[in-house]
Design a protein around this ligand. Structure first.
Ligand code: FRU
Length: 493
C-alpha cells in the first residue's frame, strides 16, 4: 500500500500522494461523520495547482480518502483555502428538499498574465459534501485585490446571520462580513494591526470558545502569519475576546502563540460547534520555510495534519487567558499499555517498542504534590533508534522551561529546520506539573500542563525510533512522579 513508508504517520492524516497544506472546510455531519478537506496539489509534491482534497472519519484518527471535492474551474485558477457550513435552514436557497446541504466558501486565485486577483466564491453540495456545484453568480466578494483570502464562516444565532472572517493579507487586516444567505455579503468591521504582524495574515478563524469554570460567552480569533513568525516562516497566534455580531474585541493587547515549535500552521476549527462544547481543530503540521524540501518517502507524499485537538479557554495564574489544546480522545486509538508506574520516584523506565506495528506512542509524565518548597527536579524523555543512535528528546525542570530537541535525527538538513524549542514554564496552582505527547514516526506533539502550551514538531530520522526512556531526577520526596506509555493503533492498516 501507499501508507507504509518509514515517515508515514499512523494516527495522523497525510494525503495519499503529492502535496497537502491547509485544512479546509472542516465540518461534522448530522450522522457524526467528520469531513476534512485540504489544500491539495494532486500533480506534484510541492504547492502549485491547488484543489480541495477530501477525507472522512468517524473518530478523527481513522480516515477514508474521498475523491477531490473542488477543482479549479479553469486552467488559470486555483482553489485556495476556505471553510464549509451545513445550511440546515436553507438560507441560501440551494437546498429546497433537504436539511444537510453543505456550502463551501473559498478563495479563487485567478491567474492571468500578471499576479492574479483573489476573490471569494461559493459552491454547494446536495449529497452531504462529496460533490459540489459552483454557484452561478460567483464571485460573492470581489474587491479586485491580489492579497485577499481564506474565508471562514459561521452562523451567529443571536443576529441570525452568517459571519465571515478573511484576511486582507498584505495589510495586516482581518475583515468581518455578514450575510443572511451566504451569497450577499456586507462588510461589518476590521480587526487590524494586532499582535505579531509577520509579513502576511492568513487563514483567520473566529469561533465561540468555552472558558473553563465560567458561563461567560467568549470568542477566539486565530490568525496565521506567514512569513515572519518569531522562529521563522509560519505559525498561528490567537486572541481571546468577545464578539457582538459585527465587531470582535480582544481581552487585552497580548499576542499569544498557539505552538512553541515550528510545525503548526493554518489551523482550522470544525464548523458548527457552539456554546459550552469544546472546539475541535486540526492544523497543517508543517512550515512554509521548508515544506517543499522535506523528505517525501518512497510514496511521494508531503505534509501531514496535526492530531485532532480539543480546544477551550482557561485562566492561568500568570499569563491570564490561554487556549488549551489537548489530543482529541486519544485513548480511542490506544492499542496496549507499555508501561504505567505511579510511583516512579527519581528513576526511569526504558522500553523497547520495536514490536509495536505502528511505531506510534502516547506518553505522559505527571508530578503531583508540588508545593513551593518542592519546586525542584527534572523530568526528561528520549526516543531513540537502537540501530543508528539518533534521538528526539525533551523535558523540563518541573517549574521551568519545557524543551524539545529534534537535532539528533539526520535524514534532513536545512538551515531553517531549527533543532531546539522551548516554552517558558508556568507551574499550575494545583501543585501538578504534567507533560504528555504523541510520537508518530516523523512527528512529535507535546502538551504541557494539560495543554496550556503545546508543540508540534516534525523530525526525520534515518532509522526508525524504537526505544524510549522517561525519567525523573531531583524530585523532592513529598512529590510524586507517575509515567505511562501506550502503544497506538495503526489506523491506516
Ligand atoms: C496558507 C495559504 C493560504 C492560501 C493557501 C494556498 O498556507 O497560503 O493563505 O489560501 O495557503 O494554498
Amino acid at each position: 500500500g501507499i501508507y507504509t513508508g518509514q515517515y508515514r504517520p499512523r494516527v495522523h492524516f497525510s494525503p495519499p500522494q503529492h502535496f497537502m497544506n491547509d485544512p479546509n472546510g472542516m465540518f461534522k455531519d448530522a450522522d457524526g461523520l467528520w469531513h476534512l478537506y485540504y489544500q491539495y496539489n494532486p500533480k506534484t509534491s510541492v504547492a502549485g495547482d491547488q484543489h480541495w482534497g477530501h477525507a472522512t472519519s468517524k473518530d478523527l484518527y481513522t480516515w477514508d480518502n474521498q475523491k477531490i471535492a473542488l477543482w479549479p474551474p479553469t486552467n488559470t485558477t486555483y482553489v485556495y483555502s476556505g471553510s464549509a457550513v451545513v445550511d440546515k435552514n436553507n438560507t441560501s436557497g440551494f437546498f429546497p428538499h433537504q436539511d444537510n446541504g453543505v456550502v463551501a466558501i473559498y478563495t479563487l486565485a485567478v491567474y492571468t498574465d500578471h499576479a492574479g486577483v483573489q476573490n471569494q466564491n461559493i459552491a454547494y453540495s446536495r449529497d452531504g459534501g462529496y460533490n459540489f456545484e459552483t454557484y452561478a453568480n460567483n464571485p460573492v466578494i470581489d474587491i479586485n485585490s491580489t492579497q485577499f483570502r481564506d474565508p471562514k464562516v459561521f452562523w451567529h444565532a443571536p443576529t441570525e446571520k452568517w459571519v465571515m472572517v478573511l484576511a486582507y493579507s498584505a495589510e495586516f487586516v482581518i475583515g468581518l462580513y455578514t450575510s443572511p444567505n451566504l451569497k450577499d455579503w456586507s462588510h461589518a468591521s476590521n480587526f487590524t494591526h494586532h499582535g505579531l504582524l509577520g509579513l502576511q495574515y492568513e487563514c483567520p478563524n473566529l469561533v465561540e470558545m468555552p472558558l473553563q469554570g465560567s458561563d461567560e460567552p467568549m470568542y477566539l480569533l486565530q490568525i496565521s502569519i506567514n512569513p515572519g513568525a518569531p522562529l521563522g516562516g509560519s505559525i498561528a497566534q490567537y486572541f481571546p475576546g468577545t464578539f457582538n455580531g459585527t465587531h470582535f474585541t480582544a481581552v487585552d493587547g497580548a499576542a499569544r502563540i498557539a505552538d512553541f515549535a515550528k510545525d503548526n500552521y493554518a489551523g482550522q476549527f470544525f464548523s458548527g460547534i457552539t456554546g459550552s462544547e469544546k472546539q475541535v481543530s486540526i492544523a497543517w503540521a508543517s512550515n512554509w520555510q521548508y515544506t517543499s524540501v522535506v523528505p517525501t518517502g518512497s510514496e511521494g507524499w508531503r505534509s501531514q495534519m496535526s492530531l485532532p485537538r480539543y480546544n477551550y479557554l482557561k485562566k492561568a495564574s500568570q499569563i491570564g487567558y490561554v487556549m488549551v489544546s489537548e489530543p482529541y480522545n486519544i485513548e480511542t486509538v490506544y492499542s496496549g499499555e507499555l508501561a504505567y508506574n505511579t510511583s516512579l520516584g527519581n528513576s526511569s523506565i526504558l522500553i523497547d517498542y520495536s514490536h509495536v506495528p505502528s511505531g506510534a506512542l502516547y506518553f505522559e509524565a505527571n508530578v503531583t504534590g508540588l508545593t513551593t518548597s518542592t519546586l525542584q527536579g527534572m523530568v526528561n524523555f528520549t526516543f531513540m533508534s537502537s540501530v543508528s543512535g539518533e534521538y528526539v528528546r525533551g523535558g523540563s525542570p518541573v517549574n521551568g522551561d519545557t524543551w524539545l530537541d529534534r537535532g539528533h535525527t539526520y535524514a534532513f538538513d536545512n538551515p531553517y529546520f531549527n533543532d531546539k524549542f522551548s516554552a517558558t514554564g508556568t507551574y499550575g496552582d494545583d501543585g501538578i506539573w504534567r507533560v504528555s505527547g504523541v510520537i508518530d514516526r516523523s512527528i512529535i506533539e507535546l502538551f504541557v500542563n494539560g495543554g496550556e502550551q503545546s508543540a508540534t514538531s516534525l523530525f526525520f530520522a534515518k532509522q526508525p525510533l524504537d526505544t524510549v526512556r522517561i525519567g525523573a531526577a531531583g524530585i523532592a520526596p513529598d512529590a510524586k512522579v507517575s509515567v505511562g506509555v501506550w502503544a497506538l493503533k495503526d489506523t491506516w492498516a
